[in-house]
Write a protein that binds this ligand. Structure first.
Ligand code: PEP
Ligand code: MG
Length: 594
């Protein structure tokens, strides 16, 4: 038997067996508070200073190892280095050691709290956000103080990333080609850890309670991204069983990739467009390799994260133009900035909001920062001259926001016209349907735009009232909840009634249990992580539209999510047992029988 078997939520399929490496532990829970005698003070101050110096040395090494393509991330590391060199934080902590006679770890936490307080009192949003950087820097020093350093990072070979929470910023420091899998304490089914892992095609589990204390650096762990388990120091039988499963999974992957370039057409001739969701330009190759027919969601905010200053218009225009040109004549839907909520974790900081998910995020944030918004709009318009580009606004709650966003777009286009810069004046304009309010007035909104894209990650979060990154309520995330299903169907029907296209780009689009139901609704298009495309295409190609319609008819009449899940399981599992064995589903795995 393994030393411990911890359950978690699988968010990216696959099996990985390897050594654990902790990226960020919740240090606060591990820090001891100790009182020291006056004679110990000089040694404790020296220990603190040594930890700062070691952290600085470590960061210089990380910076050196960072690949060229991530040059913009170097800026953020530079700012962290500056903080480590700046005497303010270390002097403040040393002062607490001297005055309060506490250990270095505790003194440093107190110093961070003090800096936090000072930053919060400053009105400027940018300065306030820097507190997150101070936290990252302090954690690096804490890891030296409590004796957890870079020993595994320096070890040869590949490893499994174990973390309390993982933001896009944290992954910057990893040598990604050495990473085999992720397991985190925080995170829900549609949090960005999962999105990132799927993008990289690595197994991942979130919401794995107790990782902080049950796993140590260097432990042998199995991440079961199919069954939703982490096994710590497994025995030989477990190892043999999982080696076998890993081989089967790899063989399945090889089989599905062969048919990934074929169209997603059902046996009875119904065609669905299968597009890809990407975060960075570098993922274009994966889109094409996996049979993506275009880009249905470019999460443009990722190019704004992890850097000291905002990108300028030329930089953005170049990135978007390259994307449009490489994909042409295939479609590229560029979503305008969706900053805020869960897209700030541990680097750019959050605004001072009690409920960031319901705060100044996405289109609201852009309309409040018109200059920043205009820079992006102009860059998108410039790219539209070089390919099949559409623009999409996130988190629209009503007509007023669409009109305001469209007015800004027209302004940007007018400027470009005056300057003689080329753009496509017919560029399609769409919105994401992510709020229950938008669902309710979908008929009205459909009159204003060229297409809808349903963002179920947020739509389910807001409809069912569950924070998508909170593992405590992750069990309530039910994509086949009657309210979610009816909302999606309502939006699809409203779009078709108005004669516009409707797509779905939330994680539901990569769930084999959900896709046949979406097809029953006659969805025009789905957009998902590139790595999930081959499996979903294969399911579509084995499906009959007739059966999807019949399944939909049955599920919309169900009154409970359990009944729907059971029905879907019975019908779909019988049909594609192989596909379903290897997919991580958003549906409750116990409910589905494993
Ligand atoms: C969604 O909300 O479903 C979506 C696709 O957007 P994001 O995951 O980036 O919030
Ligand atoms: Mg969203």
């Amino acid at each position: 038997m393994a030393e411990s078997v911890i359950r978690g939520t699988p968010v990216s399929s696959g099996i990985a067996i390897g050594k654990a490496f902790f990226v960020n532990r919740s240090y606060q829970s591990l820090l001891p508070r100790q009182t020291i005698g006056p004679f110990q003070v000089p040694a404790e101050v020296a220990r603190l200073k040594a930890a700062f110096a070691e952290a600085q040395k470590e960061l210089v090494e990380v910076r050196k190892r960072m690949p060229k393509e991530l040059k913009e991330y170097k800026l953020i590391l530079d700012s962290h280095l500056m903080m480590l060199k700046d005497p303010k934080l270390v002097d403040l902590a040393a002062k607490y050691i001297r005055e309060l006679h506490v250990n270095a770890e505790w003194a440093l936490e107190k110093a961070v709290a003090e800096v936090d307080k000072t930053f919060r009192d400053i009105g400027d949003v940018y300065i306030r956000e820097r507190i997150q950087d101070v936290r990252v820097v302090a954690d690096r020093v804490q890891s030296r103080l409590i004796g957890r350093g870079a020993e595994v990072r320096e070890a040869p070979g590949r490893y499994i990333i174990v973390a309390h929470d993982l933001s896009p910023a944290d992954t910057v420091e990893l040598e990604l080609n050495k990473v085999m899998a992720f397991a985190t304490v925080q995170g829900g089914k549609t949090s960005h850890t999962g999105i990132m892992a799927r993008t990289m095609g690595l197994p991942a589990l979130v919401g794995v309670a107790g990782l902080d204390t049950l796993v140590s650096d260097g432990d042998l762990v199995i991440v079961d991204g199919i069954g939703g388990k982490v096994l710590v120091n497994p025995d030989d039988d477990e190892l043999a069983k999982y080696h076998d499963l890993e081989l089967q999974f790899e063989a399945y992957q090889r089989r599905i990739i062969r048919s990934s370039q074929l169209p997603a057409e059902t046996i009875d001739g119904y065609r669905v467009q299968v597009l890809a969701n990407i975060e960075l330009f570098e993922e274009v190759a994966a889109v094409i390799d996996n049979g993506g027919e275009g880009i249905g969601l470019f999460r443009s905010e990722y190019s704004y994260l992890n850097r000291a200053s905002l990108p300028d218009e030329d930089e953005l225009a170049e990135e978007y133009t390259d994307l449009a040109a490489i994909m042409a004549p295939r479609k590229v839907i560029l979503r305008t900035l969706d900053l805020g909520a869960d897209k700030f974790i541990s680097t750019f900081g959050r605004l001072d909001e009690a409920n960031p998910a319901m705060g100044l995020r996405a289109i609201r944030f852009c309309l409040k920062h018109p200059e920043m918004f205009k820079t992006q709009l102009r860059a998108i318009c410039r790219a539209s001259a070089f390919g099949n580009v559409s623009i999409m606004f996130p988190m629209i709650s009503g007509l007023r926001e669409i009109r305001q966003a469209k007015a800004k777009l027209v302004q940007a286009q007018d400027e470009l016209r005056r300057e003689g810069v080329a753009f496509n004046p017919e560029m399609p304009v769409g919105i994401m349907i992510e709020l229950p309010a938008a669902v309710m007035i979908a008929e009205i909104l459909a009159q204003e735009v060229d297409f809808f894209s349903i963002g179920t990650n947020d739509l389910i979060q807001y409809s069912l009232g569950i924070d998508r990154s909170n593992h405590h309520v992750s069990y309530l995330y039910q994509p086949l909840h009657p309210a979610a299903l009816r909302s999606i169907k309502h939006v699809v029907d409203a779009a078709h009634e108005a004669g516009i296209e409707v797509s779905l780009c939330g994680e539901v689009a990569s769930d084999p249990y959900c896709v046949p139901i979406l097809m029953g609704m006659q969805i025009d298009c789905i957009s998902l992580s590139p790595k999930a495309i081959p499996g979903i295409k294969r399911i579509i190609r084995q499906t009959r539209m007739e059966d999807c319609r019949a399944l939909l008819k049955e599920v919309v009449d169900c009154r409970t999510v359990n009944r729907i899940n059971r029905l879907v399981k019975e019908t779909i599992f019988k049909r594609y047992p192989e596909e379903l064995t290897f997919f991580a589903s958003l549906l409750d795995s116990d409910e589905l029988g494993g």
